[in-house]
Design a protein around this ligand. Structure first.
Ligand code: SF4
Ligand code: SF4
Length: 472
């Protein structure tokens, strides 16, 4: 039975509720009166229920679809302006005891090189990432209690935060590791992580069990209830995601929004971010795994409808997507992207073929971070390395409160300019620096509050003289 507040996976992600929502949305998808009503509600920019959002997703009326895209863009501008937060993934280890059939790290794959970085190797990788200009990392590992125990993850986080190399610093470490216990989530919280990210992969229990035939990840309930345990363990910011292409996209979209509604209902705060990865070819993966693959048109509509349904939740797109696709979805609601990424264990400090062979998936956007920065700025976006909220304690419910009042802009915009300035001073190519300086000069004029504007100008000047790490 569907119960948004239940702590049981099969009740807050009720299969029956998803099927009923799908039936309702299919019957009403071109009921233009209803679609207009939903769009009117969405125009208030306070979000939609999973059923309402699903009607928009399935609606195939051309004009309404254009309205959906326009509204997603308006919401994006209202809540996030033209800023794009940038980060990089860091794979610590690809040892894994699970059997996920869509991932080359599955334990039956005997020919992929297995690697676990030592603390010295992590230090080298992080220095290389700092030298690119990164300030935010997403840590990734396979699940393996012997090779990658929680102690290893905690030690690695400590190593990363302690590396001070030139003007570099990793100021926010987000963590994407397997579902674990409340006790371990407490340890991650105490280690000062930013967001805890865990992709559901698929919300359909039957498909989930088939796609995860062996290992601890086979347990659907334990995996699906992980975010509840993370929040009970004190982690304020959690990141959801599904791997689009495993199941029907409409089913996943509904499950994803129901999960967000559940967290909001139980903890008073929804997910901090939602990621939208699409399945990609990889080593030792059966192409039949791709039968539900979605094309760009559906993908962009999913992004737009998520933006409309949960306006205050950040949305992430990785280098799995091409430059062209990323360009499309930036307009529709994506607020964070990775850049210059390696999806292998090691490879930032010493790129090599061997390192590439240990990659989790093929990267489509292979541009360097500097190229990505230049590209964003030429499209009139302000790339940001900001990590201020988490370091100022603006997390969880406090953060959402500011977001819902549409006030986060007052922090994000000047912080984006300050962190961009740091990047330009320390890491940018001459061309990117010229583009960036022009952009900053223009964007300063868009700071409405005179006190913040004055302070930003002062901080920018001090950054050019060598000081670092100013934030609002
Ligand atoms: Fe292991 Fe994660 Fe890959 Fe599954 S998706 S095989 S848990 S690394
Ligand atoms: Fe993110 Fe907060 Fe920085 Fe805005 S001010 S970019 S919400 S960390």
């Amino acid at each position: 039975m569907y119960n948004v507040k239940s702590k049981k996976a099969e009740e807050f992600i009720s299969h029956e509720e998803i099927l009923e929502s799908l039936k309702y949305a299919k019957e009403n998808k071109n009921n233009l009166e209803l679609v207009d009503e939903i769009l009117k509600k969405a125009g208030e920019m306070k979000g939609l229920s999973h059923r309402e959002a699903l009607v928009l997703l399935l609606c195939d009326d051309k004009e309404k679809t254009e309205e959906i895209f326009k509204l997603a863009n308006d919401i994006k501008l209202k809540y996030y302006g033209n800023r794009i937060v940038t980060f990089a993934p860091l794979y610590l280890s690809n040892y894994c005891v699970n059997g996920c059939i869509y991932c080359p790290y599955h334990n039956q794959n005997k020919h992929i090189p297995r690697k676990k970085m030592t603390q010295e190797e992590i230090e080298k990788e992080v220095i290389a990432l700092q030298d690119l200009g990164h300030k935010r990392l997403a840590l990734e590992t396979g699940e393996d209690p012997v090779n990658n125990p929680i102690e290893y993850i905690l030690e690695s986080i400590k190593t990363i935060y302690n590396i001070k190399h030139k003007n570099g610093a990793i100021r926010r470490v987000n963590v994407n590791i397997a579902a674990t216990t409340v006790e371990n989530y407490k340890k991650l919280h105490d280690a000062g992580i930013g967001t805890y990210i865990l992709f559901q992969e698929t919300y359909n229990k039957e498909s989930y069990e088939r796609l995860h035939p062996t290992g601890p990840k086979h347990n659907y309930a334990y995996h699906t209830e992980a975010m509840d345990r993370a929040m009970e363990g004190g982690i304020d910011d959690v990141g959801l995601g599904v791997l689009f292409g495993l199941e029907s996209y409409a089913y996943e979209f509904t499950g994803l929004l129901m999960h967000a509604e559940h967290l909001e209902a139980v903890f008073g705060v929804g997910p901090h971010t939602i990621s939208v990865p699409r399945i990609r070819p990889a080593d030792d993966i059966d192409p039949n795994t791709f039968i539900n693959a979605i094309d760009d048109d559906i993908f962009t509509k999913i992004v737009a409808c998520i933006r409309i349904a949960v306006p205050y939740t950040g949305m992430i797109v990785s280098t799995r997507e091409s430059q062209a696709t990323r360009e499309k979805v930036l307009k529709l609601g994506v607020s964070q992207i990775s850049g210059g990424s390696k999806t292998s264990v090691g490879g930032y400090a010493e790129p090599s073929e061997e390192a590439e062979e240990s990659a989790q998936f093929d990267v489509t956007d292979r541009r360097s971070l500097d190229e990505v920065m230049n590209w964003l700025m030429k499209l009139d976006y302000v790339p940001s390395f900001c990590t201020a909220c988490y370091r100022a304690g603006r997390v969880g419910a406090d953060f959402m409160e500011i977001c819902k009042k549409q006030q986060i802009h007052n922090f994000c915009h000047p912080n984006a300019l300050l962190t961009l300035k740091e990047y330009l001073e320390d890491y940018a190519s001459p061309e990117t620096k010229t583009t960036g300086e022009k952009l900053i000069a223009k964007e300063i004029e868009n700071i409405e509050n005179p006190t913040i504007k004055e302070k930003t100008i002062e901080y920018l000047d001090r950054i050019s003289k060598g000081e670092r790490d100013f934030k609002f």
